[in-house]
Every structure is written in structure tokens, then in C-alpha cells.
Design a protein around this ligand. Structure first.
Ligand code: PLP
Length: 497
């Protein structure tokens, strides 16, 4: 019996550690899932039944279930309760999942920390099949490789010993200047070059902020649905995730959310990932006021603002901040290539020295010759040309995809399918009615050799969103022209059947 197992686990945990009851129940439920006592796809008893069986308050049960949902162990289906996610691995020998591809399905999995197990068992971004329509992937074949090799060779030839050492000044100075000039002009960020810290990408920028600005257990507000890279970074740094629902104007904290005061607020205001919502001006002012009221820091992830195809230009949230509480982060992953592993973090002035020092101590940054080649790439105008070419290419692909999707949008009632987030970036979101099983639909589409992601898979707590996140960056125009109708046909069939 599940409740007997949970009671005995909780009593064991209660006698070992002074864990609060909701945490004991969280651990006991997690153990039941990892041991296969609660199998993948199995329905959890209702919170009311669990509370009754375990003689706990319903709030205690709901708190444990919410935490497991946020960490990806549990998912909900509209109107039919809470289920164990398919991606939860079993760790008991003999009951382990077949195939062994998952890191925590190995015999060593039991040796992972609690955090390690949670990190290894949540899903989404790790399932990386790169095929037409995979979101988040740019077309790196257009990158001017020969020119880049020439610049790299030049800087390696010129390299003097200093450039081979770790770097403690926030990165190669000319690169920081070039980034600052770009951000000032194109993103209306208020900054001096000294505030730019070069990182190994957004992931590292987020981790640095999480480590330096929040303590273990502090609350971070994340958008729901969310970018899984950020979710994982916050999980890894021991922060308590609090999902806040996003609507068509961006993150929209409720009174209940405000009762969970954040230390950090992570947002993608220019192009919410994955819905594509652009945060409206009133919402931006409101968010800054909310951050001020809670004395929280705002982390602005501006991951794809280089590609804006229609609508008025959108400035950064940082540009509206008069308080010095926004950390702005960007990346070269989308315009150049992700394996370059260079991003940047703009740090409010009073904290610059602390961030440089901590970045040096925690990450031992280096790669100065690569940073020097990149600085010259930007200074000589090659970045601007690469961006111009990429905008043109992606603009055509986006248009082609939008054309292909038109037949899906014939039902123009408010409940019918619609497109969000197509004004910017390298993906759009096809919103679908709530009764559509978007995970099954994505699997059906995969049978045609196409990868789209179900919107519901990005949801942390919400159960009301259905849709497909569709990328147009990776595949050449001809492939989009060929595969677009296949994608649209499969969706239309699902909607009518
Ligand atoms: C919201 C968001 N932020 C950041 C990134 C990438 O950041 P990086 O490659 O610099 O870690 C991505 C990549 O898809 C993204 O979707």
C-alpha cells in the first residue's frame, strides 16, 4: 500500500532529521517514484485522500506535490489529476528502466545527491533531436567559418603569455567595449564597458547571479511556462522555484504569488520563452515596481532580441530600470554558434567588483585569444554583416512557415488555434485548444522526421496550456517549404479527428 510506505518513510525521515512534514512527504513520495512503487504514468491519489490517509493537513500534501511538480517528477492532466511523469527514472535494481540511456538509471544513480537526482531526472532540453522545426537551434552552416579561422589564427599567433592565463578582469577589454557599444545602441541598456562580464553563456550568467544574489532556499520567481536551462540552473544552486503564470503581456504575478516574496525574478521580456509573449510597457513598469517592493533582483534574459521581424523595436527592461536592480544577460549562441560558449552579463555598478572576483574564484575564466578574435570580428563589422545575412535568411524561413501554417488557423474563434511570438527570434508558438493532447501530437509529428516541442512540457505548474513550439532557425528554406505542409497537415488532422 502506498500510504503505508509513505508513513514508514516519513517516520524514518522524521526520526533522522528535523525535516518539516511537507519535506518529509516530498522525500517519501520521491523515494516511492524512484523505487518504482509509484510507476511512470501512474496517477497519484488526490491531495484530499492522501491528507486523510496520512493524517496530514491538505496544505502539507499540496506543498509536497507542488514541489515535485516544479521539479518535473509529477505532471497534471486537465480534469484528471496528478500523474508520475514518464521521464522519472527508477533506481531499484531489477526495476530500472530498460535501455540505460538515462544517467540516473545506472547502478550508480543511488550515489547521486538529492539535487543530482532531480537534475538528472527532469526532462525537455536534454532531448535534443536536431531536425526541421527543432526550437532553439540556429543554422550554423551560415557562419563565416573561413574568416573566423583566419581571425583565430591571427590572434593565436599574436598571443603573449598573459593571454594564456586565467582572466580576473571580467573578460578581454576590447570585447567588453564592443558588447557595451552594441547594447547601448541596439538594446538601450544603460552601461559602461566596465559593467560587462564575459561569461561562458547565459547558463553561467544565471548561475553567477543565483550564487551571488540569493542564499540556499531563497525564492526565485520563474515564468510558467519556463526556459528549462534557467530552471535547472536555479535547481542546481538550491533555490526554491516559484512559478508565476505568463499571459500575452508577459509574467503576471497574482496576489498569491506576491505572498511568496522573491529574492530573484527571472524573465525573458523581449520574447518570452517559449510562448513568445512580448512584455508590455505597463507590465514592465509593474514588474520593476514589484521587484522594488520585494527588494528583489531582476534577471533579464535577452536571448534572441537580435532577430526582430515585425512590430515596433523593443528596448530592454534594463533600460527602464532607475534602481539598479536589473541584471541584463545576452549570448552569442544565436548569431554565431553555441559551441563558442561566450555570453555576457551586465552587472549594476556597485556590484561589479564582487562579480568579477567571484567569477574568477568560481569559474576561472579564460579563452582570451578566442575573445580577442571575437572582439575584432565585431569591430571590423563582420558581426553586423553576419547578423544582416541571418536576419534575411531567418525572415524568409519564418514567412514560409507562417504561410504553411495558415490552413491550421481557419477556425478563427477565440478558442481556435492561434500563433504567438512570431514577431521575433527563431521560434513561434502554435497555441492549440485545451482538449488537444500536445505531447501525443508532437510524437505523431516526430514520425515524419520533424521535431516540435509540446507547450505543456514547458509548464511547471499550469495545466491550461496546449500548443507546439516550432523553430524555423535550423532548417533551410527549401526544407521548411517541403516539411511545413506535412506539419500543418498532421496538426489539422489531429484537430479535426
Ligand atoms: C531563453 C534562453 N536563454 C538562453 C539561451 C542560450 O543561452 P546560452 O547558449 O548562452 O547558454 C537559450 C537557448 O536556447 C534560451 O532559449
Amino acid at each position: 500500500m502506498l500510504s503505508e510506505f509513505l508513513l514508514s518513510e516519513m517516520s524514518r525521515l522524521g526520526s533522522q532529521d528535523a525535516l518539516p512534514l511537507h519535506r518529509q512527504l516530498y522525500e517519501a513520495l520521491r523515494r516511492a517514484m524512484l523505487d518504482g512503487k509509484l510507476g511512470a504514468g501512474e496517477r497519484l491519489p488526490s491531495s484530499r485522500d492522501l491528507a486523510q490517509d496520512l493524517r496530514l493537513s491538505r496544505n502539507t500534501v499540496v506543498a509536497a506535490i507542488n514541489q515535485l511538480s516544479v521539479e518535473g517528477y509529477l505532471g497534471s492532466r486537465v480534469g484528471s489529476g496528478t500523474y508520475v511523469n514518464d521521464s522519472v527514472p527508477r533506481t531499484t535494481p531489477g526495476r530500472a528502466a530498460r535501455g540505460g540511456g538515462h544517467p540516473s538509471a545506472t547502478p550508480q544513480a543511488g550515489r547521486l545527491s538529492t539535487r543530482g537526482k532531480a537534475l538528472a531526472s527532469t526532462f525537455c532540453a536534454t532531448e535534443l533531436e536536431v531536425q526541421p522545426f527543432t526550437p532553439g537551434i540556429a543554422d550554423f552552416s551560415a557562419f563565416p567559418l573561413t574568416l573566423w579561422q583566419r581571425l583565430q589564427n591571427k590572434h593565436w599567433r599574436m598571443t603573449y603569455p598573459d593571454m594564456l592565463d586565467y582572466n580576473d578582469s571580467g573578460g578581454y577589454a576590447p570585447l567588453r567595449r564592443a558588447v557595451a557599444d552594441y547594447l547601448r545602441v541596439f538594446r538601450s541598456v544603460h552601461l559602461e564597458a566596465d559593467q560587462v562580464v564575459i561569461t561562458s553563456g547565459t547558463q553561467q550568467s544565471i548561475e553567477l547571479c543565483a550564487r551571488l544574489l540569493a542564499d540556499h532556499g531563497d525564492t526565485v520567481w520563474v515564468e510558467d511556462p519556463a526556459y528549462w536551462g534557467a530552471v535547472k540552473a536555479f535547481m542546481a544552486t538550491g533555490l526554491s522555484l516559484h512559478p508565476v503564470a505568463v499571459d500575452e503581456q508577459g509574467i503576471n504575478p497574482s496576489t498569491a504569488d506576491n505572498a511568496k516574496p522573491p529574492r530573484l525574478i527571472y524573465v525573458t521580456p523581449s520574447h518570452q520563452y517559449p510562448t513568445g509573449a512580448v512584455m508590455s510597457l505597463p507590465r514592465r513598469h509593474q514588474l520593476l515596481a514589484t521587484a522594488r517592493a520585494h527588494d528583489a533582483w531582476v534577471l533579464e534574459d535577452d536571448y534572441d532580441s537580435e532577430y526582430r521581424f515585425s512590430g515596433p523595436p523593443i528596448s530592454s527592461l534594463e533600460g527602464l530600470d532607475t534602481d539598479g536592480r536589473v541584471f541584463y544577460m545576452g549570448t552569442f549562441s544565436k548569431v554565431l554558434y553555441p559551441g563558442l560558449k561566450i555570453g555576457y552579463l551586465v552587472v549594476p555598478k556597485p556590484l561589479v567588483a564582487a562579480f568579477k572576483q567571484a567569477h574568477y574564484d568560481l569559474n576561472r575564466p579564460g579563452q582570451m585569444p578566442v575573445q580577442a578574435a571575437l572582439a575584432e570580428f565585431i569591430e571590423m563589422g563582420h558581426f553586423a554583416s553576419a547578423l544582416r545575412r541571418a536576419r534575411q535568411n531567418y525572415g524568409e524561413r519564418r514567412q514560409c512557415l507562417l504561410e504553411a501554417l495558415k490552413p491550421v488557423l481557419r477556425d478563427d474563434t477565440p478558442e481556435g488555434p492561434s500563433i504567438s511570438g512570431a514577431e521575433q527570434g527563431l521560434h513561434l508558438c502554435l497555441r492549440l485548444p485545451q482538449d488537444v493532447d500536445d505531447r501525443a501530437l508532437a510524437q505523431r509529428i516526430a514520425q515524419h522526421g520533424l521535431t516540435v516541442r509540446p507547450l505543456s512540457a514547458y509548464c511547471l505548474q499550469r495545466t491550461d496550456l496546449r500548443g507546439l513550439v516550432i523553430g524555423y532557425g535550423y532548417a533551410p528554406l527549401a526544407d521548411i517549404g517541403r516539411c511545413g505542409p506535412v506539419l500543418a497537415g498532421t496538426v489539422s488532422q489531429a484537430l479535426s479527428g
